[in-house]
Design a protein around this ligand. Structure first.
Ligand SMILES: Cc1cc2nc3c(=O)[nH]c(=O)nc-3n(C[C@H](O)[C@H](O)[C@H](O)COP(=O)(O)OP(=O)(O)OC[C@H]3O[C@@H](n4cnc5c(N)ncnc54)[C@H](O)[C@@H]3O)c2cc1C
Length: 392
């Protein structure tokens, strides 16, 4: 019988391996790293040892060569334990490694991907700016062609893996910028490395509501020179790279919501059996039943939507924007509401760290903002739907 969540034996084995790994290695460290706002480099390297830091990167470049469903499984399973860590994983493996594997030259792939897949390098992607988030094509970071390369000027903000700790930059980034003279629709993409002249950590952004186990930063480019071979693809063609990568980003962010929701349902379901009030188990009260049952049905609806879209997502083309926006719009809200119900079912115990649900509630909130806000998804979706007279 076809299993939409684990379409092949390889997917099933990947999920089983990750579920064990997450429960044993990832969940345990989550409370501490969230509290201390620290990125767990050792755990990152352990995921590299499992061969998953380049889950969608072809084997030739050190990756696992797997598909969008496999990437969805990895994000769902890691986020059931630690979404903050998983966000750092996503920025590295989807926004950096997958993007470079698709759009880079063979020389660029050979130089960066094997080290990114082993965890020797930690990467990220720089799109958002202090004055341009949703209006991403309004970015003002500029690139100017000079002898032997390009000079970048500008600032990027909210960059996941931008900082590893308070002082240390991440290793390598894909940076979107506009070349002098190019129009609003035309962006170019550059590889910028730690140590490039004029590239620095503006500030590490602390005190985040959630996703505290990932390092977020403002990065600054002041007459930052990069050699000519760091341009990725053709000049002015990176808007397409961005759109293609955003589809996978949104599906994997939705998968993160699935992991958070599932964990919350497991916790409230078990707690409702163990806890008694008025001489009955909590699960015997109708109001508790509606919170658990509604959460399960909402989660399964989101899960079916996500795996349906992931199963159709080709890594090297685009054209799934309606549903990659749709899964994130639906699942972001769903996970937040499920986490909220889990806190309610646990009462006071839900309000503190031990049972994980308060952390997951804080983490869940990011999915409605990062990788596109709910309002951006609604805008994109209705624009795409204006061309539809019926739904297939
Ligand atoms: C923890 C974290 C990690 C992140 N990681 C990365 C990363 O690795 N790389 C990266 O490039 N970016 C990253 N981001 C940035 C993220 O993608 C942006 O925050 C997001 O796209 C929203 O942009 P903004 O914050 O500038 O909000 P704005 O675009 O200023 O939006 C503010 C509000 O206005 C609304 N709004 C804006 N335009 C419209 C419109 N046309 N119609 C209706 N409403 C509108 C928005 O929906 C929102 O409610 C991260 C953000 C966070 C918080």
């Amino acid at each position: 019988m076809h299993d939409i969540f684990n379409p092949s034996e390889e997917h099933q084995a990947l999920r089983e391996m990750l579920r064990k790994f997450s429960e044993k290695e990832v969940l345990e460290q989550a409370i501490e790293y969230d509290r201390d706002e620290r990125f767990n480099m050792e755990l990152f390297k352990a995921v590299g040892d499992l061969g998953l830091l380049g889950v969608t990167v072809p084997e030739k470049w050190g990756g696992a060569g797997l598909d969008a469903v496999a990437a969805t499984i990895v994000h769902e399973e890691l986020s059931a334990a630690d979404p903050g860590f998983c966000l750092a994983f996503l920025a590295h493996s989807m926004l950096f490694a997958n993007n470079l594997a698709l759009n880079g030259s063979d020389a660029q792939r050979a130089k960066y991907l094997p080290k990114a897949c082993s965890g020797e390098l930690i990467g990220g992607m720089c799109m958002s700016e202090p004055n341009a988030g949703t209006d991403v094509l309004g970015m003002s970071t500029s690139a100017k062609e000079v002898e032997g390369g390009y000079v970048l000027n500008g600032a990027k903000i909210w960059i996941t893996n931008g900082a590893i700790d308070d002082q240390t930059l991440g290793d390598v980034f894909l940076v979107y910028a506009r070349m002098s003279g190019d129009d609003r629709q035309s962006l170019s993409m550059f590889i910028v490395e730690k140590g490039d002249p004029g590239f620095s950590l503006g500030q590490r952004i602390k005190d985040k509501l959630g996703m505290r186990a990932s390092g977020t930063a403002e990065l600054v480019f002041e007459d930052c020179f990069v050699p000519a071979d760091r341009l990725v693809g053709e000049r002015g063609q990176a808007t397409l790279h961005m759109m293609r990568n955003l589809e996978l980003e949104r599906v994997t962010l939705a998968a993160m919501s699935l992991g958070m929701a599932r964990k919350c349902i497991e916790v409230m379901n078990t707690y409702a059996s163990d806890r008694n009030a008025f001489g009955k188990r909590l699960r015997d009260f109708g109001q508790i039943q509606s919170m658990i049952a509604d959460s399960y049905a909402d989660y399964m609806a989101g899960r079916s939507y996500v795996y349906n879209v992931a199963g159709r997502l080709s890594l090297n083309s685009h054209g799934n924007r309606l549903d990659s926006d749709g899964v994130k719009l639906y699942c972001g809200r769903m996970a937040k509401q499920v986490a909220d119900r889990a806190i309610q079912v646990l009462g006071g115990y839900g309000y503190v760290g031990e049972y994980h649900v308060e952390r997951l509630w804080r983490d869940a909130r990011l999915i409605e903002i990062g990788g596109g806000t709910n309002e951006a998804h609604q805008k994109n979706m209705t624009r795409d739907m204006s061309r539809m007279s019926y739904i297939k």
